[in-house]
Structure formats: C-alpha cells, structure tokens
Design a protein around this ligand. Structure first.
Ligand SMILES: CC(=O)[C@@H](O)[C@H](O)COP(=O)(O)O
Ligand SMILES: NCC(=O)COP(=O)(O)O
Length: 239
C-alpha cells in the first residue's frame, strides 16, 4: 500500500495572509486524517512563510497518523525542532534559503559526511530518516551509505514532462526506485504530484511506500472540497 501524506503548507500560507487563525491548520490536519489521509507533512522554512515552528509543536500534539517534518538540516533550529517533536519521519531537503520552493535533491556523495552525522542524530532519537534526492541511482546509493531509512524522489521533473511523454518522464524514477529496492531503502516520492500524474507514477512504481502531496491537492480542494479531494487522491493510489 502507498500512503498518502497531505502536506498542509498551503493552508498555513492562507492563514498567514490575514494574520489570524483561519483556516485553522490543526483542524485541517485532523480533517485530512478523518477523510482518510495516512499522514500529515509540514515543511517549516526559516522565514516561516507558511508553517511556523509553533505549528509543528501544536500538530505533534494532535496528529495520529504519520507525522512527517521536511526541511533543511543545515539550520540548527530545524534540527532542534525535529528532535523536540520526534515525528515519525524527518525528510532532509537541501533547500536554498531564497528558493520559492524545493527544487533539487541532495548530492549524497559530496555531502556524505554531513548527512551521515545528521541521519545518525535523528535515528538515535527514534525518527525514521528520508533523504530527498533526484532520480539518480548514484544519489540513491549515496543515501544508503549515509544510513538513511528511505529516499524521497523529487518528482517535479516527472510532472513537468508528464503530458509530453509520460513514459520518458517516469523512466529515471523507475530506475532510481529499482536501485532503492535493490539496496534496501524505503521509497517516498513528492513534489508537483497531482490528480493528472499520480496514478501513472503508482502504476510504474507499485512498491512506493508514501507520496507527500500538498500544492495540487489543496488547490484542487478549492473546487472539489477537501473531503472529496483527499478521497480522489487515495483512489489514484489504488491499483
Ligand atoms: C520537499 C518538497 O518537495 C515539498 O515540501 C515542497 O518543498 C513544498 O514546499 P512549499 O509548500 O514551500 O512549496
Ligand atoms: N515532499 C513533497 C511535499 O511534501 C509536497 O510537495 P507539493 O505537492 O506541495 O509540490
């Protein structure tokens, strides 16, 4: 089974835009769980443009499905936030500070030493560690050598090329996924996944453990309703 983890960053974006507490991030997280989501993902960034550090503490108290915190571990504040909240999973993402969103995976070969230390720190706290990588077999192997439990494949290139040639777009991801399976890594995927492209990814890589989806899902919910949208995404993961 492939778990759906709903990334609620964009709920926090809307909340922050007026400075109040509407929409309420905790309510949306609990509703997504009630509608069938098997996880909640947040990606607190140093500028707190959407998810704030306090949101993480608040969500930890109420989330009952898998809680996944994504972020750049080069920020000590992020490391401390994760260790204080002990989520089910931390996903290490090499975000550049000024980036509008995540736009690349780790070079797990160049940063092997740093990642190995970070992975050990989080694993010793009982937290599963996923490393965000491009669909590159060398980077997958590098994540294994760093001691990671899983990799998360950065799926923006897949989504970008999907309509032009989905077979071509998915190929690197299948190869990277096969390498992950070969070396004994769990397998996540995320970024720009949507109702258009999710089913084909799942059909191409049936052993996916988890997809984390936010931007498209929350955008779809504006038209389709959140309960209906969560369940539509869940149906796309059924083979
Ligand atoms: C790592 C990843 O792909 C997502 O967490 C993405 O970065 C969402 O971040 P934003 O919601 O800030 O675009
Ligand atoms: N790890 C990917 C994620 O959490 C959500 O990415 P997106 O669906 O908002 O592009």
């Amino acid at each position: 089974m492939t778990r759906l983890s709903v990334n609620i960053n964009k709920i926090a974006t809307l909340r922050n835009s007026r400075g109040g507490d509407n929409p309420n991030v905790l309510k949306v997280a609990l509703d997504c769980e009630r509608f069938g989501a098997q996880g909640i993902t947040v990606h607190p960034r140093p500028d707190e443009r959407h998810i704030r550090y306090q949101d993480v503490y608040d969500l930890k108290e109420v989330v009952t499905t898998e809680f996944n915190i994504e972020g750049n571990p080069s920020e000590q504040k992020f490391v401390e936030l994760v260790l204080a909240n002990k989520p089910d999973q931390v996903t290490l993402v090499p975000d550049a500070l000024g980036a509008i969103t995540s736009n690349a995976g780790w070079d797990t070969v160049t940063y092997r030493s740093q990642l190995t230390d970070l992975v050990a720190t989080f694993k010793s706290a009982g937290i599963r560690v996923s490393v965000f990588v491009d669909p590159d077999e060398r980077m997958v192997e590098g994540a294994k050598l760093c001691g990671a439990d899983r990799v998360e494949l950065y799926t923006e290139p897949y989504a970008a090329g999907y309509f032009e040639n989905r077979q071509k777009s998915v190929r690197p991801f299948v190869l990277a996924a096969e390498k992950a399976r070969e070396v004994g890594l769990g397998l996540n995927a995320g970024h720009d996944l949507s109702l258009d492209n999710l089913r084909f990814l799942k059909q191409s890589i049936p052993w996916l453990d988890e997809v984390s989806i936010g931007h498209a899902l929350i955008s779809d919910a504006l038209y389709l309703g959140l309960e209906n949208t969560v369940q539509m995404y869940l149906r796309e993961l059924e083979l």
